[in-house]
Design a protein around this ligand. Sequence first.
Ligand code: GLN
Length: 473
Amino acid sequence: MKLNELTIKQAREGLRAKKFSSVELTKTCLERIKKLNPQINAFITVCEEEAFAVAKRADILASQGETWEAKPLLGIPFSMKDVYSTKGIRTTAGSKVLENYYPVYNATVYQRLIDAGAVLIGKTNCDAWGHGASTENSDFGAVKNPWDMERVAGGSSGGEAAAISSDMTIFGIGEDTGGSIRLPSSFCSTAGLKVTYGRVSRYGAIAYASSLDSMGPMAKSVEDLALLLSIIAGKDDKDATSSSKEAADYVNSLKKGTKGLKIGLPKEFYGQGLDGEVKEAIMAVVKTLEKQGAQIVDISIPSTEYGIATYYIIAPSETSSNLARYDGIRFGNGREAFGDEAKRRIMLGTYALSAGYYDQYYLKAQKVRTLVKQDFEKAFTQCDVIIGPVSPTPPFKIGEKVNDPLQMYLVDVYTVLINLAGVPSLALPCGFSNAGLPVGFQVIGPQFSEQLLLNIGSQYEKVNERHKRKPNL
Ligand code: GLN
């Protein structure tokens, strides 16, 4: 196994046993980026010099006996979706507006990771401002899916998922407003966690829609996600919406079994529009969990059909307000640098919020959002978790939907509801279509049930080794 292919756990073991150094590990990732990035386009910025400096320091600290308890990610290379402020390192949010923007402070998530000793190797490509489901709305060009270069990697954190699945990085951090961690994870056969709203600080992340934005880890295994969550979760005085609920011991909870677990299958998730092969792959997951002792319960999320309409009023409304600051006066280029999709959403949102239309659109959407939340609360009185598809189809072709925004929005049918309800969801690979394209599923739980979701995910991973399959590059 090459060093860049390692999980966090494996990399930690190797570093601890002094089988290799952080500089060597970092070097293999950077070499992989040099080889594959010109084709895949997963990275917008690669920070080679900074990475080597941090890796060297990590090796010195390790030789001086730095403990893994104090620095659980010491010397481990990682990448971040380019929406996190990284002091002195270019941060673009995938938009030409911020083409030359170098933040003067760090996002809390980034600060916590570097405090834990991790080595940032680069910032990954995404749909500009997080607007999209395919990374084709990036002003820096589309990301190609490592499993099939003619297809999209999903979005908006497509660069991150592509970087992880092609082993250009050991782990990553994404951001999920309506599916942006889960969809690319599912399209690229990697693991991704959308946390409960407020579980992880949003401070320093470039805002898309502030009431929906969730920061979360993306990785090669559930165990890695658990470790990362234990590092980034928790109260942050700089984000008033971060929860003061204490973070659980995510790593040690992985040992628990799933016996007696009640899994809900919402009938609205498995009807018309869901690709047959995707459905089949998810049913196989359900069977596996049943064999491990889980029970299946038929449930209903009646508001499913209103999810897209509700989300595409609330998210553009919030983004139209958040993007107002990019006026070219304070920072970044002027408004003329906004791409088509950003302009479309600014117009949609401004319209939905304008006097005379506010009650009809924004206010009504907020009311439906309450119904969505109540549907999930009711469902969780009947089951412990819900299993559903992430995307209605396997990854689609580059160019297939980008000129038809409505078609693109429909890709989010199973993911946006979860953000509207503010609950957590874990996306994991569950197989491949006949054409060899990755298929994923999501396990959704009540607020702050990350521990339970990770536990279920790790039980599943034990018997299903599909996540270990690599694209042929
Ligand atoms: N595809 C959705 C959108 O375009 C979700 C994006 C996201 O989660 N950032 O808004």
